[in-house]
Design a protein around this ligand. Structure first.
Ligand SMILES: [Zn+2]
Length: 337
């Protein structure tokens, strides 16, 4: 089992709704971890979007004619099908790939044992391409679990406005969840927090509306981080007690008020004011993608191809995002694999 570490940073607020619960003043609430109460991006959303973007990348690389007529791809040399094939695109089964491989299978009960009889435009998942092999598919007489398993993306650093500018809070436990285990660091106790810095200082710091005493600690947390993430939060980390982190994060989420628009009149509907909460821009998440080695005889793509596909597909999150309300400026994030 190989594991790819994933860091991501929200470049827009991120909204992944629970569909219907109202908590306090918020109508549209976001998904939270049931134990920690911390907002998160569920692994299912992460995997679903990754599947879509992988398919999009593959389909857009086909030459015009082959994109339109999947049946014409069968006899061709795989290299000929693409304008500029990346290595993972040359995987033999990709000649069967369809845009439909992106979504949920709309025809799970048909399986084409005999490829020649398949009418590509009418089937659900093709079950042969690298996307189907990576993310899994199921058909009547055959179902196959994917190669890739996506964890939730959990918050590891959360931006909070302070007198010192924006600082990113975390806790010893959040770092440990992300595999950053530093033996010689203590967790702050009570209401005290640690500002991570080389300078020796003590004072108070406001984390949102909460004013707390701090002392500085020279903990090597940044050394454990990937360069892309490190450059944003260098000298701006605040370690807070584990029992305070959920409270601070939940009271510093972005809450937006919107109005439902009547599609016929274009005017606001009566009593149509609603509020939505979202994970703010600048939040940094951590997760992983595990890749399961399968016997070669199983006709599976090699893990290096799968990894290359995931890295290519990850770039789409910067423009198309994840979660709800993406057409209203939500959801874009940078993903670092
Ligand atoms: Zn497919």
């Amino acid at each position: 089992m190989n594991s790819l570490k994933v860091y991501s940073m929200a470049s827009d607020p991120i909204y992944i709704g629970t569909g219907g619960y109202t908590i306090g003043r918020v109508d549209n609430t976001i998904v939270r971890d049931p134990i920690t109460r911390l907002p998160k991006i569920p692994g299912s959303s992460f995997a679903g979007t990754m599947r879509f973007y992988s398919t999009l990348k593959l389909q857009s690389a086909f030459k015009e004619g082959y994109r339109k007529d999947p049946n014409s791809r069968r006899e061709k040399d795989i290299n000929e099908l693409f304008d500029k094939p990346e290595d993972w695109m040359k995987y033999e089964g990709n000649r069967w790939s369809l845009m439909k491989c992106a979504g949920q299978d709309d025809k799970p009960n048909e399986y084409y044992e005999d490829l020649e009889k398949m009418n590509a435009t009418k089937s659900g998942h093709c079950s042969h391409c690298i996307v189907c092999k990576t993310f899994g598919y199921s058909k009547d007489n055959k179902s196959q679990q994917g190669i890739a398993f996506f964890s939730d993306l959990n918050i590891i650093f959360f931006p909070v406005y302070t007198r010192k500018g924006v600082m990113w809070i975390t806790s010893k436990q959040l770092l440990e969840f992300a595999g950053i285990i530093l033996r010689d660091i203590e967790s702050p106790q009570g209401e005290q927090v640690f500002v991570i810095s080389r300078k020796d200082e003590k004072n108070t710091i406001n984390l949102g509306w909460l004013n707390l005493p701090y002392i500085t600690k020279n903990y090597p947390i940044e050394d454990e981080l990937q360069e892309d993430i490190k450059k944003y939060i260098q000298n701006k980390i605040v370690l807070v007690p584990d029992d305070l982190i959920s409270h601070i994060i939940n009271s510093n989420l972005e809450v937006r008020t919107s109005v439902s628009i009547d599609p016929l009149t274009g005017a606001a509907r009566d009593k149509a004011l609603f509020t939505s909460e979202a994970i703010p821009r600048g939040t940094i998440f951590y997760g992983d993608i595990r890749l399961m080695e399968r016997p070669v005889s199983n006709d599976m793509p090699g893990l290096s191809l799968v990894e290359a596909m995931i890295k290519d597909a990850s770039k789409y999150y910067e423009s198309f995002g994840i979660g709800g309300m993406v057409t209203r400026g939500f959801g874009r994030m940078k993903v670092f694999i």
